[in-house]
Design a protein around this ligand. Structure first.
Ligand code: FE2
Length: 177
């Protein structure tokens, strides 16, 4: 379940988290993954066959989201301290950026932090297992891992070509320039 950290407020209740994020234009849902996937989810790193097994086990969710939002593809991201070049991977996304397509993530294991600047407000959304989040195109955000340093997330795409970071200057965004 997600937790929101604002300047003077922490939001933990699921309904309030959803309400806050909806107000910021972000789609948020809380889904549970089937228990049968736990043995694979509990492993830190996965080989290609295990990744495929996870995605197959979540195919029903993909179908449901395809019908609702029109996604065309999905893949799986597995990040932890033993991933080669993990610091470089994180460095690409921990700075304020936008994408020209939505950024859609379903967290199925571990946790992480999305940061946003929307409407002049800077806030963090701490996501964990079960959280589904869809960040609209051209939304100022960043992402990083937390102290647990481990996450598995399914990414859903309408168009993967639009999914590269475009960096923006935080000072200018906060100043409304
Ligand atoms: Fe991003």
């Amino acid at each position: 379940m997600a937790t929101i950290l604002r300047k003077n407020e922490v939001i933990k209740e699921n309904d309030k988290v959803k309400q806050f994020l909806t107000g910021k234009g972000i789609v948020y849902e809380s889904f549970s993954a089937p228990d049968a996937l736990d043995p694979i989810l509990n492993q830190k790193s996965l080989n290609d066959a295990e990744k495929e097994e996870l995605l197959s086990g979540l195919e029903y969710r993909f179908q449901e989201l395809k019908d609702k939002f029109g996604y065309k593809a999905r893949d799986l991201v597995v990040l932890h301290d033993e991933v080669p070049g993990i610091k470089d991977v994180l460095a690409k996304f921990d700075k304020l950026h936008i994408h020209t397509d939505e950024e859609v993530r379903y967290i199925i294991d571990g946790s992480g932090v999305f940061g946003f600047i929307i409407g002049g407000e800077k806030f963090e959304v701490h996501v964990a297992k079960g959280d589904f989040i869809s960040i609209p195109e051209n939304t100022n955000h960043w992402f990083t891992l937390d102290e647990a340093f481990r996450i598995k997330a399914v990414r859903y795409f309408k168009d993967n070509s639009g999914w590269t970071p475009v960096y923006v200057d935080e000072t200018k965004v906060l100043a409304g320039v």
